[in-house]
Design a binder for this molecule. Structure first.
Ligand code: GTP
Length: 691
């Protein structure tokens, strides 16, 4: 296949806006010291555990743990480990601080040998002393943090009875009867009956065990910048017409990770139908509900020839206007469980007018399903550089750092399941995706039909497809995604995508995905840009109350002690000791897309960053960069043309919450749009504080 594209933007593989911003740029390796980009981050050597009433603050991730916890519930750092290591039996601590990369050594010793054995050179946990003597022990914070290991470590510790570490069972908070915020939200979403039936969560609701990811948590929510309501769906499991049984509850107990998967693609490619069909097949939409959708859809689309598949899109396109117009306008949110993941489906709008909503949704995506309409002429329209959204969506999700995608070549029924058509699409689109810096190994190609239920959750049954396709089904391809890395060991950061207000009760909830850190009921949070501090009153994940949420979780955070008007979508919740910058003056490294009009000094553009949108003026074009090397090729050019990369300064009409990309991916990616098109993608290189 040719390496260079013959159309579209030539994104160089080396150009780091599309590149991976790999671990060397963005690594929290405590074993090697501190991330030099994060100035606010104290050296573990200088950080001390702070103890407040009934809680102790983890020195690594800043999470406030209950007094009885011996290890941080989020990052697993031991509160008070006794380190006895090295083959000569001497402690590896100097001045009370660990001199080696303790966590990985400890994890290794725990997993490599019998938990109660004490192999040479291993670090052993001593039976814990009483609380007072434990307090006297030297703090020895763990270094060498590798994501995921701490939880395993933590689990290994708490399951090992010989080592008494005094970790009391996790205590779950049940909303008190007068907790109207929590109940209000729940009844709003699930109906009062569901609310009253809500059981006390089981102890397996601890974040590491993911028990909230129950297959019968059946809510679909609609999220947008416009405080769209969170709407519930009926719940019941059933066996599909095709005999496909949904994944069982016992299977889901093995789920390891939450995965935010976004469906993107050109208008009418079948994103909502595909998402709705998946939910239906996986038992997330009951037969009863499906009949209801069918009836409603039949009434509404009587003027076109009726297709049963309309009803599937109904599940995701919930607003009256979306249903009436037959298009998705905001990002539909729903959940299902695959064998490996708790999948959060973000169904994005394909119409170009709603790309800003798609951008907002993409802030939360870990992986994407790029839906392609295989019908003759439709694929060509989607890939068209001026009118098609396939290209824009692929560019946008890549520049959001999403590097693993499934290309779902949908509507294969419309082309008689033709292998040639599939191969043509794969060749043309594959060339473009490579030019956006998607690696071949991170792209799966799945031919399917959402309407005829071919190759979605089980192998295809149509002989025309079976004759040449023997690869994975869509669900298998989803399970093949690599688990997303999470920033558990950083201070709390949650970009707010939506705000739910219950004015009658004066209550407010911020909705979003935790980008870093963790939250629990009672945590203090700083709300920016308003600068107010509130207290977490309750947390909801998948419409279920939970006591704790951590990086990667999509939650509704109900706040108290705060003016509801100070919580805005586009804002941020963060740790009070680690505020992010709020500014209207930024330096950006940009890659200009396939634009017709040059970008000039003084150009007014739409500026998008996480869930915020502002008017931006290009104040200065500092330099042009070589797109291969990133070196400055020209200082102070007068304008920017298609495919050029550059350093620019922009001034925004209002302040937004930002961070440099090297410190925060979520707060450091920006998009510039004009006349309904994305004209440039970029990263924040400097937050400029004006005198
Ligand atoms: N033949 C055929 N039609 C399909 C298939 N999947 C979806 N459709 C039809 O394609 C049309 C658009 O489907 P939607 O699911 O609304 O498409 P969408 O991509 O979500 O649309 P937007 O979100 O508005 O961009 C509807 O008429 C569907 O019935 C399929 O597999 N085969």
């Amino acid at each position: 296949m040719p390496r260079k594209v013959t159309y579209g933007v030539d994104f160089d593989d080396n150009y780091d806006i599309y590149d991976d911003y790999h671990d060397d740029n963005y690594n929290y390796d405590y074993g090697n010291g501190i991330d030099e980009h994060d100035s606010a981050w104290e050296s573990p050597d200088t950080r001390q555990e702070s103890v407040r009433q009934n809680v102790w603050r983890c020195p690594i991730c800043t999470f406030d743990n209950e007094e009885y916890m011996s290890a941080c519930d989020i990052c697993g750092v031991l509160r008070n480990p006794l380190v006895k290591s090295s083959s000569n039996g001497q402690s590896n601590t100097v001045g009370g601080k660990s001199t080696n990369s303790g966590a990985s050594v400890m994890a290794k010793s725990l997993f490599a040998s019998s938990p109660c054995g004490s192999s040479e050179g291993a670090v052993n946990y001593q039976p814990q002393k009483d609380a007072s003597s434990a307090e006297e022990d030297t703090f020895s914070y763990l270094h060498g943090n590798k994501r995921g290991q701490f939880h395993d470590l933590h689990n290994a510790i708490i399951s090992e009875k010989q080592y008494k570490v005094n970790i009391a069972p996790f205590k779950f908070d049940i909303p008190s009867p007068d907790d109207v915020v929590s109940m209000g939200l729940r009844s709003y979403r699930m109906g009062s009956k569901a609310a009253s039936n809500l059981k006390k969560p089981s102890t397996s609701d601890a974040p590491s065990s993911k028990a909230v990811d129950k297959p019968n948590s059946k809510s679909n929510t609609k999220s947008s910048n416009n405080s769209a309501p969170l709407i519930s769906k009926d719940k019941s499991e059933y066996v599909d017409d095709d005999g496909y049984a949904p994944i069982s509850e016992t299977q889901t107990h093995r789920l390891s990770s939450e995965l935010n998967s976004m469906t993107v693609g050109h208008v009418d490619s079948g994103k909502s139908t595909l998402s709705g069909r998946l939910l239906h097949l996986l038992g997330k939409i009951s037969q009863k509900q499906m009949h209801k959708y069918e009836k409603e859809a039949k009434l509404q689309v009587w003027f076109v020839s009726w297709k049963g598949s309309f009803a599937y899109a109904w599940a995701l396109d919930e607003s009256a206007e979306e249903r009436e117009r037959g298009i998705t306008m905001t990002v539909g949110v729903a959940f299902f469980n695959s064998n490996k993941y708790h999948v959060v489906v973000l169904d994005s709008p394909g119409h170009k007018d709603f790309v800003p909503n798609m951008i907002s949704g993409a802030t939360q995506a870990d992986a994407a399903i790029l839906v392609i309409d295989a019908s003759l002429g439709a694929f060509e329209a989607g890939i068209d550089s001026t009118r098609g959204q396939t290209r824009e969506h692929a560019q946008l999700i890549r520049s959001f750092g999403v590097d693993q995608i499934i290309v779902a070549v949908n509507k294969m029924d419309a082309v008689e399941y033709s292998k040639e058509r599939f191969e043509t699409i794969k060749f043309q689109l594959g060339t473009f995706l490579r030019s956006c810096n998607f690696r071949d190994s991170s792209v799966s190609w799945i031919p399917l039909s959402a309407m005829e239920n071919q190759n979605l959750v089980a192998p295809a049954s149509d002989a025309r497809l079976l004759s040449w396709y023997h690869g994975p089904s869509l669900l298998e391809a989803i399970d093949a995604f690599q688990p997303p890395a999470r920033e558990y060991s950083k201070p709390l950061l949650m970009p707010i995508c939506d705000v739910i207000k219950l004015p009658s009760q004066g209550q407010v909830s911020a909705v979003g995905k935790l980008d870093a850190g963790a939250l629990r009921n009672g945590s203090k949070v700083l709300v920016l840009p308003s600068g107010e501090i509130g207290t977490v009153r309750s947390l909801e994940r998948d419409s279920q109350a939970c006591s704790i949420a951590r990086a990667g979780d999509n939650v509704a955070v109900s706040l108290q002690g705060i003016d509801a008007n100070s919580v805005l979508s586009g804002g941020v919740l963060c740790h009070p000791d680690f505020p992010v910058a709020v500014t209207n003056h930024l330096e950006l490294k940009l890659l200009v897309l396939d634009v017709q009009m040059p970008i000039l000094i003084g150009s007014q553009l739409e500026f998008h960053i996480h869930h915020a949108k502002e008017v931006a003026r290009v104040a200065k074009i500092v330099s042009l960069l070589d797109s291969k090397t990133g070196k400055v090729t020209k200082k102070s050019p007068r304008c920017l043309l298609a495919k050029q990369s550059a350093i620019v300064e922009v001034v925004l009409q209002n302040e937004v919450c930002v961070d440099e990309f090297s410190s925060s991916r979520a707060l450091g990616r920006a998009f510039l749009r004009s006349s309904g098109m994305t004209v440039a993608v970029g990263v924040v290189t400097r937050v400029i504080v004006d005198e």
